[in-house]
Design a protein around this ligand. Structure first.
Ligand code: C2E
Ligand code: MG
Ligand code: MG
Ligand code: MG
Length: 299
């Protein structure tokens, strides 16, 4: 067996695999690839949920499901460590279906707890291979067709770059999914290849502004102007907006003053396991409510 351990590499938040006996990266990728093939069946995947907040009230309106892999020897792996590999091997199909199925079950459970807002939605990230493969798409449709999944309270997140790789820009697949009542969000907006004009042709409902737009705020005037422009275009195209990666009160204040609908970020809440989210929702907590707003939803 491999004596594997993880070490943080260069403080960049990315992990690299090292081995005391000198196995190279290729060997590890091959091992990880083999392990990934059984991860779903072995029950090694977990979901964390990060609240999405209505910036006018601080109330939680939805959650984003984020997958993690509890590897038997390497410990907890983040999606950046295994999603690209899963896309390479095709395992992203079963993994993606597991994520949608599990997330909709969790949220259905929360909705039965007293105090949880009945219209709370759940957002799930999709890979390009889930849209471009008929088999994967059909698997998603099977899950969404079950009434318990409450497809009208599901948001599917796709990135601009993922859409760019499919022939029709993913429009056909997205429309098929939308026929079940789901909403579509463009994730990491601003980091892909496409321009603002792409938004006009995509069947999108929500724009998630990538956190790179927030990094210099509120001090960076050009960055603030960009943000304001994106919000203006989104409003004209009838797209709701979620700002990603809100880490400080300065960013939050600026987003509020620009009229951004919703936000997500470590300042508001970090991703947490299902029981933590359920407790947060039933308590009616508001996260960073604006001055003057009540601290509890119970009023
Ligand atoms: P994403 O969809 O843009 O998700 C947001 C990521 O930003 C999450 O990282 C989240 O933990 C992190 N984040 C949230 N708030 C903050 C903040 O205030 N500051 C900073 N610096 N980061 C913040 P995570 O969980 O590591 O996920 C990374 C990416 O992996 C996701 O980016 C998404 O593209 C992908 N991913 C996650 N789950 C799935 C999945 O089930 N399927 C697929 N295909 N991809 C997934
Ligand atoms: Mg996302
Ligand atoms: Mg994102
Ligand atoms: Mg992002």
């Amino acid at each position: 067996d491999f004596a594997m351990y993880m070490a943080k590499h260069g403080g960049k938040g990315r992990y690299q695999l090292f081995d005391a006996r000198g196995y190279d990266e290729m060997t590890y990728r091959a091992a990880l690839r083999a392990d990934l093939a059984t991860a779903v069946q072995a029950g090694q995947l977990r979901l964390d949920y990060q609240p999405v907040v209505d910036l006018r009230t601080g109330g939680i309106v939805g959650v984003e499901a984020l997958v993690r892999w509890e590897h038997p020897t390497l410990g907890r792996l983040s999606p950046a460590d295994f999603i690209p590999l899963a896309e390479e091997t095709g395992e992203i199909g079963p993994i993606g279906s597991w994520v949608l199925d599990t997330a909709t079950r969790h949220v259905a459970g929360w909705r039965r707890s007293p105090g949880t807002p009945a219209d709370i939605w759940v957002s799930v990230n999709l890979s390009t291979l889930q849209l471009s493969s008929d088999r994967n798409l059909a698997a998603l449709e099977r899950i969404l067709s079950q009434p318990a999944a409450q497809a009208d309270k599901v948001i599917l997140e796709v990135t601009e770059s993922a859409l760019a790789t499919s022939a029709d820009g993913g429009v056909g697949a997205l429309n098929r999914l939308k026929s079940f009542g789901v909403r579509i969000a463009i994730d990491d907006f601003g980091t892909g290849f496409s321009s603002l004009s792409t938004l006009a042709v995509l069947p999108a409902d929500i724009l998630k502004i990538d956190r790179s737009f927030l990094s210099g705020l509120p001090g960076d005037a050009p960055a603030a102007a960009m943000l304001e422009g994106i919000l203006e275009v989104a409003r004209k195209l009838n797209l709701a907006v979620i700002a990603e990666g809100i880490e400080d009160t300065g960013q939050l204040g600026l987003l509020r003053s620009l009229g951004c609908d919703m936000g997500q970020g470590f300042l508001l809440a970090s991703p947490s396991p299902s029981p933590v989210l359920e407790a947060l929702l039933t308590s009616g907590s508001r996260l960073q409510p604006p001055a003057g707003a009540a601290a509890s939803a119970a009023d």
